[in-house]
Design a protein around this ligand. Structure first.
Ligand code: 5RP
Length: 262
């Protein structure tokens, strides 16, 4: 990352930094996936190495597991942890109710399982992730490879009865090959433009047999921490109904986590 942080990385870093203050020794911590969550893992790794923080991390993807180990976090499986004190993750969109669209990194299935097995879920984001109405970001569905065309047809049929604006269903690719999740499944991205009733959509979509899980997180997230490029961080806790603003000084030439190479 060579010295100077981009404005977006500054925003992600300060959000992650603020979220790391929720983590104390003895906690079992769900570690999210994606570029914002990677900053969090770096911050926690630094606390482990330099401040003696003692935590067990439960990663939501193979990528995050590798990063967590690399920075010195003790990684355990969810089965071993059984229940977590906190999960901190990024998001693709969030609204006023802290309903989220996740899965831009293809990890929403494990992310949802881990967040649901936690006392609290904190989302860290830059300000671009806030929306009035969910759906501009395509909604990811994790689907089993078996019977994929049937599943796609059923999804298309189901969408006709839903309060959405778009109906394009696109299989996620990685180069010329289908994107494959850590669970060995495929991802379908639903280009819905606007999701009028996330709760109804989530329930109905998950009824389709080939669908494993959708990327809507409803009644799961408790706190959103939003970072800004000037170092300001706003925290909104919907369980305690509190809001808070702090400001971090991030020097332009500060070389934070230079090992987070591009
Ligand atoms: C991965 C996710 C990520 O949290 C989401 O895509 C946000 O990623 P980023 O922090 O890189 O913007 O849901 O499945």
């Amino acid at each position: 990352m060579g010295g100077q942080l981009s404005p977006i990385d500054k925003a992600k870093f300060v959000a992650a930094k603020q979220a790391s203050e929720y983590v104390t020794s003895g906690m079992k911590v769900g570690l999210g996936t994606g570029s914002t969550a990677a900053w969090l893992v770096q911050c926690l790794g630094e606390m482990v190495r330099e401040e003696g923080l003692k935590i067990k991390g439960v990663p939501t993807s193979n990528r995050t597991a590798k990063l967590a180990r690399d920075v010195g976090i003790d990684v355990i499986a969810l089965d071993e942890a059984k229940w977590l004190d906190i999960t901190i993750d990024g998001t693709d969109e969030y609204d006023d109710e802290l309903t989220l669209i996740k899965g831009g990194g293809g990890a929403h299935l494990r992310e949802k399982i881990v967040a649901t097995a936690s006392d609290r879920m904190i989302v860290i984001a830059d300000a671009s992730k806030k929306v009035d109405t969910l759906g501009a970001f395509p909604l990811p569905l994790e689907v089993v490879p078996f019977g994929l065309p049937i599943t796609q047809n059923l999804i298309a049929e189901t969408l006709t009865g839903m309060d959405v604006l778009g109906n394009e269903v696109v299989q996620r690719m990685q180069g010329d090959e289908p994107f494959v999740t850590d669970e060995g499944n495929f991802i379908l991205d639903l280009h819905l433009k606007r999701i009028g009733n996330p709760r109804q959509l989530s329930l109905v979509i998950n009824q389709i047999p080939g669908v494993v899980e959708n990327g809507l997180f409803i009644d799961i997230c408790d706190v959103v921490i939003v970072g800004h490029a000037d170092g300001t961080v706003t925290t909104r806790d919907i369980t305690n109904d509190t809001s808070d603003v702090v400001r971090f000084e991030v020097l332009d030439d500060e070389n934070i986590f230079s090992d987070m190479a591009d």
